[in-house]
Design a protein around this ligand. Structure first.
Ligand code: NAI
Length: 339
């Protein structure tokens, strides 16, 4: 047909644009919540990623439009949109990576935990489908509160008999993105070259940037470190307040989500030394889940890095965050069992 000829020629020209895609294996990426504030720009960024061969978009509403729109971009990925519950099987089958930004975002005055009642149920339901239709996929959990939704997902997968801790990730990349930006701005270093590990969890004081390990090191005073730490921890709230009721971070989150999904794909494809911070099952601390630097590989998590040497201020921050993170994790586990 004319349409498939057009598709073939688009494909040919896109493989010319991305010369690397010829040697890249087929990879299916699915976005659950694809028509939302994060879902739309994230879907676009995944359509631009030459490592993606199939892009599957699912949402309760609006996906046909987002999918049609994205599908006109002349890149490798073939796009399909799904909207009905009964289509979730097709949306998920064969997925290598499933990204979950489904759920409600914060409004001014809300904490991430205030989202728990709505998002916990959404995440539980979607993860049951993931367990059924693509149990081997790497799951990138964006829906908040990440500190609880990741434990919920783990319990759902355990219940289904599909849990592999190497394949479940809470996406904390936005905390790293913010720490890098704020650190570079403060120090005058080039933002492209800086790196800052962020450990702990993904809410308020559980977000612990380790500026003592920032690269390159700059001579910042204690006051500057305290201010940078607070700004990183409150970065989400800064956006929520600026948007004044119209949601939370979407564009920077889509960017961060695309970086993390790309790292997962690179790991799956055997690219060496792919390291990102992520909230994963971990024995780096006494807590069952913790965010730290993770090396990604063909099976997902290949190696979890320890915390490294920390300043006294960071050690204090770690001690303070443990009880809060512990109770958020427990809240997720309890929800999964009770509901
Ligand atoms: P949004 O409300 O704009 O979009 C959410 C989308 O999810 C909507 O299109 C909605 O139809 C869809 N949805 C709801 N229930 C669904 C279901 N059962 N199946 C499929 N789709 C469903 O919200 P936004 O701004 O995109 O935020 C999404 C989530 O991401 C929120 O929970 C937010 O708190 C979280 N978030 C996480 C960040 C992180 O760093 N991990 C940063 C920013 C936001």
């Amino acid at each position: 047909s004319v349409q498939s000829a057009v598709r073939r020629s688009n494909y040919a020209s896109s493989t010319r644009n991305f010369s690397s895609s010829a040697s890249n294996p087929e990879r299916k990426v699915t976005v659950l919540g694809a028509a939302g504030g994060i879902g739309q720009p994230l879907s676009m960024l995944m359509k631009l990623n030459p490592l993606v061969s199939t892009l599957s978009l699912y949402d309760l509403a609006g996906t046909p439009g987002v999918a049609a729109d994205c599908s006109h971009i002349n890149t490798r990925a073939q796009v399909s949109g799904y909207m009905e519950d009964k289509d979730l099987a097709k949306a998920l089958e064969g997925s290598d990576v499933v990204i979950i930004p489904a759920g409600v975002p914060r409004k001014p005055g809300m904490t991430r935990d205030d989202l728990f009642n709505i998002n916990a149920g959404i995440v539980k339901n979607l993860c049951q489908h993931v367990a059924k239709h693509c149990p081997n996929a790497l799951v990138n959990m964006i829906s908040n509160p990440v500190n609880s939704t990741v434990p919920i997902a783990s319990e759902v997968f355990k219940e289904a008999g599909t849990y592999d801790p190497k394949r479940l990730f809470g996406v904390t990349t936005l905390d790293v993105v913010r720490a890098k930006t704020f650190y570079a701005t403060k120090t005058g270093l080039s933002v492209e070259e800086v790196n800052v590990p962020v450990v702990g969890g993904h809410a308020g004081i559980t977000i612990l940037p380790l500026f003592s390990q920032a690269f390159p090191q700059a001579n910042l005073g204690e006051d500057d470190i305290v201010a940078l730490t607070k700004r990183t921890q409150d970065g989400g709230t800064e956006v929520v307040e600026a948007k004044a009721g119209k949601g939370s971070a979407t564009l920077s989150m889509a960017y961060a989500g695309a970086i993390f999904a790309d790292a997962c794909l690179k790991g799956l494809n055997g690219v060496p030394d792919v390291v990102e911070c992520s909230f994963v099952e971990s024995n780096v601390t006494e807590l069952p889940f913790f965010a730290s630097k993770v090396r990604l590989g063909v099976n997902g998590v290949e190696e979890i890095h320890g915390l490294g040497s920390m300043s006294d201020y960071e050690k204090e921050g770690l001690a303070k965050l443990i009880p809060e993170l512990k109770s958020s994790i427990q809240k997720g586990i309890d929800f999964a069992h009770k509901n």
